[in-house]
Design a protein around this ligand. Structure first.
Ligand SMILES: NC(=O)c1ccc[n+]([C@@H]2O[C@H](COP(=O)([O-])OP(=O)(O)OC[C@H]3O[C@@H](n4cnc5c(N)ncnc54)[C@H](OP(=O)(O)O)[C@@H]3O)[C@@H](O)[C@H]2O)c1
Length: 352
């Protein structure tokens, strides 16, 4: 069956999605019985929409050659907002635009409009979830819409899948994780003797740190992920500002050496726990043992640990997370779309 998606944002993630569909769309259709059609793409310069489906390769060529999807035949600089959503006739909005933690726009406006129009939403961007979780879930419930967001919390870590499916029926009391690959990479390089500045430079050369790495090194990105995870796992209503936050700028090579001399290391850890009916969340550098589930990780690895009664400590990790690689995140977005298709009965092939 066809699943029509409207895409807001056509950067690393949006282009990763188009690349995967161009390369493997037929394979997905054969394996899963789902044909994913991109029926609209919006970027900063405008949008293009065709309810019969756009050619992913043509979208990529237009973006690369002209800087915007507007360069594709049918592209319109003025097409945005509700007119864009209407023109796509899409079943699902994939929100993959740049975001911020003050207004969550442009995504938040698109998301509300999409749900009013009967669309389900799959997120790559975190703003709406980190600021408006309760309102978003309430709107989804009222409209009987689904909201999926596994890409927002450290794609490709299957954190929510474990919490919601593998641990169903248990009582999750707390979780902790290395959920920001960029700051982890910087700390790893510093542990090898480099300065903070060299660590940032190397991460930038690897393509995993932005020119301005503030969101990663000051813990904002990790705090957004902890907010989203805590709200989901504990049914809480945290905002990103509720997360106590210390980044890695203050960590010195001397502190890392001192930790190493004692058989430890320093990691930027995000954590949340339920305590007496309230949820407390924090992101901060922590000393960890070298054989610890998080302490043994390095580079741009990410890891996640849940404490669930009566099962105990459950951990998962992804090595060489490929952070900043749009393909990895795009694959996680697709995973959500495929699961949604199964749930909605759009997938015609039974689960293997
Ligand atoms: N990269 C990853 O691996 C990753 C992982 C998890 C989550 N995310 C999140 O996913 C989102 C996309 O990430 P990315 O790496 O693809 O970012 P990106 O490369 O910076 O691309 C952002 C896209 O958003 C578009 N955009 C900005 N303002 C817009 C507006 N008002 N209307 C429509 N489109 C608009 C940009 O348009 P132009 O192309 O015209 O500039 C661009 O195509 C971000 O929120 C990011 O935090 C990314």
């Amino acid at each position: 069956m066809d699943v029509r998606i409207a895409l807001t944002g056509f950067g690393n993630v949006g282009q990763g999605l188009a690349t995967l569909l161009a390369r493997r769309g037929k394979e997905y259709q054969e394996q899963l019985g789902v044909r994913v059609l991109i029926t609209g793409v919006a970027d900063r310069a405008g949008a293009v929409a065709d309810s019969a489906g756009l050619d992913p390769e043509a979208l990529l060529r237009a973006k690369i050659a002209g800087g915007s999807v507007v360069c594709l035949a049918g592209g319109e600089p003025e097409l945005a907002g509700t007119a864009f959503l209407d023109a796509t006739s899409a079943d699902v909005l994939v929100e993959a635009a740049s975001t911020n933690f003050e207004t969550a726009e442009p995504g938040w406006g698109y998301v509300r409009n999409a749900m009013e129009r009967g669309m389900d939403v799959v997120f790559a961007s975190k703003g709406s979830l980190a600021l408006h979780h309760r309102e978003l879930m309430e709107l989804a419930r009222k409209r009987d819409r689904r909201v999926l967001y596994s890409a927002t919390i450290g794609a490709p870590l299957p954190s929510l899948e474990i919490a919601e499916r593998a641990l169903i029926g248990t009582t999750i009391t707390s979780f902790e994780g290395i959920v920001n690959a960029t700051s982890h990479q910087i700390l790893t390089v510093m542990a090898g003797g480099a300065s903070y500045e060299d660590g940032v430079r190397q991460a930038q050369e690897m393509g995993i740190a932005e020119t301005d790495p503030t969101l990663d090194v000051d813990g904002w990105d990790a705090a957004a992920k902890v907010t989203i995870l805590a709200n989901t796992i504990f049914d809480a209503d945290l905002k990103i500002s509720d997360v106590e936050r210390t980044g890695i700028r203050g960590v010195t090579p001397e502190e890392l050496r001192a930790a190493e001399a004692e058989g430890q290391t320093i990691k930027l850890v995000g954590r949340a726990e339920r305590q007496d009916g309230t949820v407390k969340a924090r992101v901060s550098p922590e000393r960890r043992g070298l054989r610890d589930a998080l302490g043994r990780l390095s580079g741009d690895d990410m890891g996640f640990v849940l404490f669930a009664e009566p099962l105990g400590k459950i951990s998962t990790a992804v090595e060489s997370s490929g952070s900043g690689g749009g393909i990895t995140t795009a694959m996680t977005v697709l995973r959500d779309i495929f699961n949604l298709a199964r749930e909605r009965g759009w997938a015609s092939t039974p689960r293997k």
